[in-house]
Design a protein around this ligand. Structure first.
Ligand code: ADP
Ligand code: ZN
Length: 823
C-alpha cells in the first residue's frame, strides 16, 4: 500500500494567484486526495473550505505549516478535468484559480467562517436524526443570519462546518449570499397511489380490504378517482396534500400510507413539471431539418464547433432534441446552455416531454440545497446521473464525467459573459475549452450570430449550417417602418405611438390575437427635469440621472439601486415645472391601458420579474391568452415561443443605436430581429412595426429585409477600419477609487507602463459612460492585440505589468480589474 502523502496544495477562495501548502496530519492520511474539500485555517483564526489540488511528500520551504483540519468529502467532489478547466480559465481571464473555485461550486459546498446561515422555516426538525444536529438547527432557527464563526462561539464548538454541511444536505438551512436574490423554492407535500397497487385488480382488492374502515376507504376512493387517465385507467398522479386534508383526517392519510397504499412526497411549486413519467418520441424532422442534421454530423467529423444559423422558428430546438437523443444513446452527457432563466421553463417542458427525469436544471434561483443536488447528480453513478443539464452560464462548472455535446442556444446573447466578480468569463467561449477537455463537440445556435462567431464560420474555423425557412412554411414577419417625426409633424402621435401602430394594435386585438410591445428601457420616464432651470435629479453616489418609477413613485438609480422620493419642486430654483423625459416600459403599459380601455396588458421587465416565479407567471398567463398586450424590455427577445402573437411593435429603434459601444449596431440588429421573430406562428404571417425618427437608417432596412448578411458586411468593414474584434482581441483594465485625483495618477502610471511594452495598442485612460458607480470613480485602459500576435504572451506581459505597477505607493487602495474579451 502507498504510504500517505505528507503535504497538500490547497486552492483557497482568494484573489491571489497561488496554491497554499498544508501538512497532512497522520490521522487524515490517505483520506486527503485531490479534488476533495478540506477545512483549513488561514490567517489568525479564520476557517475556510479549500480544495486539494494535489498531494506530495516534498517538504515545501515554509517553516510552520498548518495542518489540514478536516476532510469533507469521501470521494473527490471536483474531478481532474474540472481543475484543469479552472486553471485554464484563471489563466485566460486573468484571475486567480481561487476565484474560479469560488464561482464554480454552489454556495452550499463552500462554507466559510463568514458565511451566514439561515433556517428553512418550512423544515420539520424531527426529520433530523441526530440530536446534536437538531440542537444546532434550533440554534440557527433562533439566531437566523449569524455567521458560522458566530454560531461556533454561541455553541462553544470549534468547528461547525461539517455539521452545517449536513444540515444543508437536509435542506434544513441555507447559506445567505449577499449579492443574490435568494428565493427558495416553495415546496408542497403531495400524495399519490403507491406503485404496487396501480393495477386495477390490486386497487379493487385494496378497496375491499378497507371495508371495515369507511373513512380510509372513502379517502382511497377519492385518490383513485383523481388518478385516472382520460381512458379511465389508474396512473400515478400527484395530488397536493392540502387538497386532501380539507376533507379527510391526517389519521386516515397516515393509515393508508402505513399500509403502503399511498406514498407521500414533496415537490417544488413551479411551472416546471417535475414529474413526467411518460415520455414521447422526438418529433419527426422535416426535409430541411434532416439536411441540417446531416450537415451537422458530417461537420463534426472535421470541426469541433458548428454554428447552426437558423432564422427564428426554423426548428433549431427540434434539431437539438435529436442530437441530444443521439448522445444519450451513446451514453454521453449533454450540456444545454441558455442565456436566461426566463427561458428555462419553456425549454424544460419541451425536453422533459422527450427525456423525462434525465434532465437536470441548474440556475441561480434554485436554493443551495437544490443546486448541491444537481451538482452531485451530474457526477453520480451511471443510473442516477443526469444525462442532460439545462443551465445558465455557471452550469459549465458542473462535474461532467462524460460530456459529448455542448449546445449554446442564442449564442449571441451577452448574458453568457459574466461582468462581475471575477472570473469575467464568457460561457460560450469557455464551453469550447470545456468541450476540448472532454473530446466533445459544441453547437452554437442562433438566428443572429455574434459578429465574431459569424466571421469564424465564414473563415472555416467553425462549421456552418443554415436553416433559412421557418418550420411549416410559416412566413417571416411583414416588417413595416413607421416614421415618428412625420407623425409628430402632423400632430398624430398618441402618447408614444404612431397612428399606424395604434391601428395595428386595434386590429390585432379585435381579431383575438396578441401583441408584444418592445421598449428596451424600464421605468416610467428615463429621467425627470425641471423645465425652468434644467435641474435633473442625479444619484448620490453614481454619475447618472435617476429613472422615474411611477408605480412606486420613486426616482431610482439603475446602477446602484439608490432610491428617493420624487421632489415636488426643483431643488435648485424651487420651480414646480418638473417634467418627464424619455420613456420606459412602465409608461407604455400605462398609456396602453388609457388608450385602449378594457384591454388586458402586462409587463415583463426586471421590475416585474424580481420574484422567483413571476417571470414564469407573466409568461404563462400571456401564453394562456389571459393577456392581450405584453410590454417588455429585451427579456422579450430571448427565444420565447407564443403561438398567438400576430403583432410586434418596436417603439424606439433609435434609442438602442445611440449607445456608445462598438457592439451597438450589431446588438440593435439582434434585438430587433429577435423580437420581430416573436410575430407570426403556425397559421399566419405576423406583422412588425418599427417606430423611428430616422426611417433612412440602414440598420432598420436590414432588419426589415431579414438581411443578416448585409448587416454583417457593414459591420465587419467598420470593425476593420476602427480596429475592433474580430480583428483584434481586447483586454479592458478598469481602475476604481473613491477619489478621482489619486485614481487618475494611478491610471496614468499604469497606462505609461503598458505603453512601454505595447505602444499604440494601449488606449486611455478614459472615463467610461458612467464615470462613477456606488461612490467609486472609474477609469478604463483598453489594450488591443492584433489577431496575429500571441494573445497568451500579451496577457502574461500585462499581468506582470499590473503586478509590478500596482505594488507602488500610488496604487494604495486603487483597485485594478482586468476584463478579457469585454462585452
Ligand atoms: P427555433 O428553435 O428555431 O426558434 P423551434 O424548434 O422552436 O424553432 O420550432 C418552431 C416551432 O415549430 C415550434 O412550435 C416547434 O414545436 C415546431 N417544430 C419545429 N420542428 C418541428 C418538427 N420537426 N415537427 C413538429 N413541429 C416542429
Ligand atoms: Zn447610483
Amino acid at each position: 500500500m502507498d504510504s500517505p502523502a505528507l503535504f497538500a496544495e490547497v486552492i483557497l477562495p482568494f484573489p491571489i494567484n497561488q496554491v497554499f501548502s498544508y501538512a497532512i496530519p497522520e490521522n487524515l492520511g490517505l483520506s486527503v486526495q485531490p479534488g476533495k474539500r478540506v477545512i483549513v485555517q488561514f490567517g489568525a483564526r479564520k476557517l475556510y473550505t479549500g480544495l486539494v489540488r494535489r498531494t506530495h511528500s516534498l517538504s515545501p520551504e515554509i517553516k510552520e505549516l498548518k495542518d489540514i483540519l478536516e476532510v469533507l468529502d469521501e470521494a473527490a467532489l471536483v474531478n481532474e478535468l474540472q481543475m484543469k478547466f479552472w486553471e485554464w480559465m484563471a489563466g485566460y481571464y486573468m484571475c486567480a484559480t481561487g476565484e474560479v473555485f469560488k464561482a464554480a461550486l454552489p454556495a452550499g459546498l463552500k462554507l466559510e467562517s463568514e458565511s451566514r446561515i439561515l433556517p428553512n422555516d418550512d423544515f420539520n426538525a424531527s426529520e433530523i436524526k441526530k440530536e446534536q444536529l437538531e440542537a444546532l438547527f434550533y440554534t440557527i432557527q433562533n439566531n437566523p443570519g449569524l455567521s458560522i464563526q458566530e454560531l461556533s462561539k454561541l455553541s462553544g464548538k470549534a468547528s461547525l462546518l461539517s455539521d452545517i454541511r449536513k444540515l444543508i444536505d437536509y435542506d434544513a438551512v441555507f447559506v445567505e449570499e449577499k449579492l443574490r436574490e435568494t428565493l427558495r423554492i416553495k415546496k408542497e407535500k403531495i400524495i399519490s397511489l403507491a406503485n404496487n397497487i396501480l393495477r386495477e385488480e390490486d386497487l379493487q382488492n385494496s378497496l375491499n380490504k378497507l371495508a371495515t374502515a369507511p373513512k380510509q376507504q372513502q379517502l382511497l376512493t377519492e385518490i383513485i378517482s383523481r388518478s385516472l387517465d382520460p381512458e379511465g385507467n389508474p396512473r400515478k398522479t400527484n395530488i397536493p396534500l392540502a387538497e386532501i386534508t380539507a376533507n379527510h383526517s391526517h389519521a386516515s392519510i397516515k393509515a393508508l400510507a402505513d399500509k403502503e397504499l399511498i406514498e407521500k412526497s414533496e415537490r417544488s411549486i413551479s411551472s416546471i413539471d417535475e414529474n413526467v413519467t411518460e415520455t414521447v418520441m422526438p418529433a419527426e424532422l422535416n426535409p430541411a431539418q434532416v439536411a441540417a442534421m446531416d450537415l451537422i454530423h458530417s461537420g463534426f467529423q472535421e470541426k469541433d464547433v458548428i454554428l447552426l444559423h437558423g432564422v427564428t422558428s426554423s426548428g433549431k430546438t427540434e434539431i437539438y432534441i435529436h442530437l441530444i437523443q443521439e448522445m444519450i444513446l451513446q451514453n454521453k452527457q449533454v450540456l444545454y446552455l441558455l442565456p436566461e432563466i426566463a427561458l428555462t421553463s419553456q425549454i424544460v417542458n419541451r425536453l422533459r416531454r422527450v427525456f423525462g427525469d434525465q434532465v437536470g436544471i441548474y440556475h441561480s434561483r434554485f436554493s443551495d440545497g437544490e443546486r448541491v443536488e444537481v451538482y452531485r447528480r451530474t457526477a453520480g453513478n451511471a443510473e442516477n446521473r443526469y444525462k442532460i443539464i439545462l443551465g445558465v452560464r455557471s452550469a459549465i462548472f458542473l462535474p461532467f464525467t462524460n460530456l459529448g455535446l455542448i449546445i449554446v442556444d442564442e449564442e449571441h446573447e451577452n448574458t453568457y459573459k459574466q461582468f462581475d466578480p471575477a472570473p469575467r468569463y464568457n460561457a460560450r467561449d469557455s464551453s469550447m475549452v470545456l468541450a476540448a477537455l472532454h473530446g466533445a463537440k459544441v453547437l452554437l445556435g442562433t438566428a443572429t450570430p455574434c459578429i465574431e462567431t459569424y466571421a469564424n464560420a465564414l473563415s472555416g474555423k467553425y462549421g456552418h449550417v443554415s436553416l433559412t425557412q421557418r418550420y411549416n412554411k410559416v412566413l417571416m414577419p411583414d416588417i413595416r417602418i413607421s416614421d415618428i417625426r412625420d407623425a409628430r409633424k402632423k400632430k398624430a402621435m398618441k402618447s408614444v405611438f404612431t397612428p399606424s401602430l395604434i391601428d395595428a394594435i386595434y386590429e390585432t386585438v379585435a381579431a383575438g390575437k396578441q401583441v408584444i410591445l418592445f421598449q428596451n428601457r424600464r421605468g416610467f420616464s428615463s429621467y425627470v427635469m425641471d423645465e425652468t432651470c434644467g435641474w435633473i435629479p442625479k444619484c448620490k453616489i453614481c454619475d447618472v440621472s435617476l429613472t422615474y418609477h411611477k408605480f412606486r413613485n420613486t426616482l431610482e438609480c439603475h446602477y446602484c439601486g439608490y432610491t428617493r422620493k420624487v421632489p415636488q419642486s426643483c431643488e435648485e430654483c424651487g420651480s414646480t415645472r418638473i417634467t418627464n423625459k424619455g420613456f420606459g416600459t412602465e409608461l407604455v403599459e400605462d398609456d396602453i391601458a388609457l388608450l385602449f380601455p378594457g384591454i388586458r396588458v402586462a409587463r415583463l421587465d426586471l421590475d416585474t420579474s424580481r420574484t422567483r416565479n413571476s417571470y414564469e407567471t407573466i409568461l404563462e398567463s400571456f401564453g394562456k391568452g389571459e393577456v392581450d398586450i405584453l410590454v417588455g424590455t429585451q427579456m422579450l427577445s430571448k427565444g420565447l415561443d407564443f403561438e398567438n402573437v400576430a403583432l410586434v411593435g418596436i417603439l424606439d429603434a433609435d434609442q438602442m443605436l445611440n449607445f456608445p459601444d462598438f457592439r451597438a449596431f450589431e446588438r440593435s440588429y439582434q434585438l430587433m430581429a429577435q423580437v420581430s421573430g416573436r410575430a407570426g406562428r403556425k397559421d399566419k404571417q405576423g406583422k412588425v412595426i418599427i417606430q423611428t425618427t430616422d426611417p433612412g437608417l440602414a440598420l432598420i432596412h436590414y432588419v426589415k429585409a431579414n438581411d443578416y448578411e448585409s448587416m454583417f458586411r457593414d459591420q465587419i468593414a467598420e470593425r476593420q477600419i476602427f480596429n475592433y474584434p474580430p480583428f483584434v482581441r481586447m483586454i479592458r483594465i478598469t481602475l476604481k477609487h473613491k477619489e478621482f485625483a489619486p485614481l487618475q495618477i494611478a491610471a496614468n502610471a499604469l497606462a505609461d507602463e503598458m505603453r512601454i511594452v505595447f505602444g499604440k495598442r494601449v488606449l486611455g485612460p478614459q472615463q467610461p459612460l458612467v464615470g462613477r458607480i456606488s461612490n467609486y470613480y472609474l477609469l478604463n485602459i483598453l489594450l488591443k492585440v492584433e489577431k496575429k500576435s500571441s494573445f497568451e504572451k500579451a496577457r502574461k506581459l500585462l499581468s506582470d505589468i499590473i503586478r509590478k505597477t500596482s505594488n507602488s505607493d500610488i496604487f494604495n487602495s486603487v483597485r485594478v480589474l482586468a476584463d478579457v474579451d469585454p462585452y
